[in-house]
Design a protein around this ligand. Structure first.
Ligand SMILES: [Zn+2]
Length: 388
């Protein structure tokens, strides 16, 4: 099929379309054409830490990695907890002119886990979801009342599930995650607020999510590239490049996570792109390795399911446009190919050069990224980047 794009919209899909005089043609032979990929969990570091990443460098990394849109987490400095800050992020993203950026606002003031924010005001300003990602709200009462109030705004509610007390005693105890997931599912069930669980990493948490879905609790979940590829055993060889929250897990957990992607317990891939200026802070750059890493972890995953995990489901969970190329939809397109390439973090557009995937060969890569009809990345180069 060919796709004709006009004024930022898909206007025709069909076989052997004839290019008209003024139209540019992108040749996607030997590649796949998909609705734009959406990474619903990234850290863009602005405001507060432009030495780690700016909205512009994060957006360049996004389109280099094949993502037409990202969900920007609120653990910035200060945290994204006012309508003014949400509007500022949207304006900075528009100025960068690369990927679409969907701000995710904090659940509590300063992500302190105590005072609720202005959910209606934040939603009105453009926040697509609420999350205190990076932290787990300790009080079940605060979590419950926040979910009920945020739920009225019609926005997604996303939680980072790690019980701090268990984690403090033993950083790698899988019960830290599982106990927080079980609690949040109980609150989701009681409140009927659509719930999304970030970066699930343990077999026990996956069993809890599978049983919640079986009971028709409105919950969804995501998996990261690093949790799908690496185990605790790999962490020893990776050194500082393996430090992340939640931590890398056992081979059994990794196998369970891959299975959960195949059977639908996990709904979305999300990179948890967490750039740092040093190599000792937890988390790492993920946008530019993500789609290759998912293919590496799950070489047998049907393409239809792969695209669902990267485009349709993130769009549905966040309630944003995308996930389709039907006529009339926004012309956000990812073109990718099964082509081996070696990860060299020096080539990242992201300021974060730390990744456990450095030096690895990945089997899939984005070759062009089109946002609102504009080819912002072609042949691994981000448009107009060298002029900045
Ligand atoms: Zn998190």
């Amino acid at each position: 099929m060919d796709i004709r794009i006009r004024d930022g919209i898909v206007c025709e899909v069909g076989e052997l379309l004839r290019p008209e005089d003024s139209e540019d043609v992108i040749d996607a032979r030997n590649a796949y054409v998909a609705p734009g990929f959406i990474d619903m969990h990234v850290h863009l570091r602005e405001p507060g830490n432009p030495e780690k990443e700016t909205i512009a460098t994060g957006c360049a990394a996004a389109v280099a990695g094949g993502f037409t849109a990202v969900g920007a987490m609120p653990n910035t400095h200060p945290a994204l907890d006012t309508p003014e800050m949400v509007r500022w992020v949207i304006e900075a993203a528009a100025a960068a002119g690369l990927a679409r950026v969907y701000p995710i606002a904090a659940i509590t003031h300063g992500r302190q886990g105590k005072e609720p924010v202005d959910y209606a005001g934040l939603a009105g300003a453009g926040a697509v979801a609420f999350s205190d990602d990076g932290s787990t709200i300790e009080s079940a009462i605060v979590q419950t009342s926040a979910a009920l109030r945020a739920g009225k705004s019609g926005r997604a509610f996303i939680t980072h599930c790690e019980n701090a007390a268990i984690k403090q005693r033993d950083e790698f105890d899988p019960a830290a995650e599982a106990s927080a997931v079980v609690r949040d599912i109980a609150i989701a069930r009681a409140t009927s607020v659509p719930w999304h669980i970030a970066h699930v990493s343990t077999h026990a948490a996956l069993e809890a999510i599978a049983s919640a879905k079986h009971a028709r609790v409105a919950c969804t979940a995501e998996a990261t590239p690093h949790h799908l590829v690496f185990t605790r055993m790999d962490a020893e060889g990776l050194g500082a490049a393996a430090k992340v929250h939640p931590p890398l897990r056992s081979a059994d957990d990794v196998a369970a996570l891959r299975k959960a992607v195949r059977n639908g317990t996990i709904d979305a891939f999300a990179s948890d792109h967490a750039p740092h200026a040093d190599t000792t802070s937890p988390g790492f750059s993920g946008l530019e390795i993500a789609i290759g890493a998912y293919a590496l972890a799950l070489p047998d995953l049907p393409l239809r399911r792969y695209v669902e995990m990267l485009s349709c489901n993130p769009a549905r969970i966040l309630g944003v446009p995308g996930g389709t190329l039907v006529v009339g939809s926004p012309a956000d397109v990812t073109i990718f190919a099964d082509r081996d390439w070696v990860v060299d973090p020096k080539e990242f557009y992201s300021k974060g050069k730390c990744t456990p995937f450095a030096g690895m060969t990945l089997p899939r890569r984005a070759i062009a990224t089109i946002v609102a009809g504009s080819a912002v990345m072609q042949n691994y180069r981000v448009a107009a980047w060298s002029t900045r």
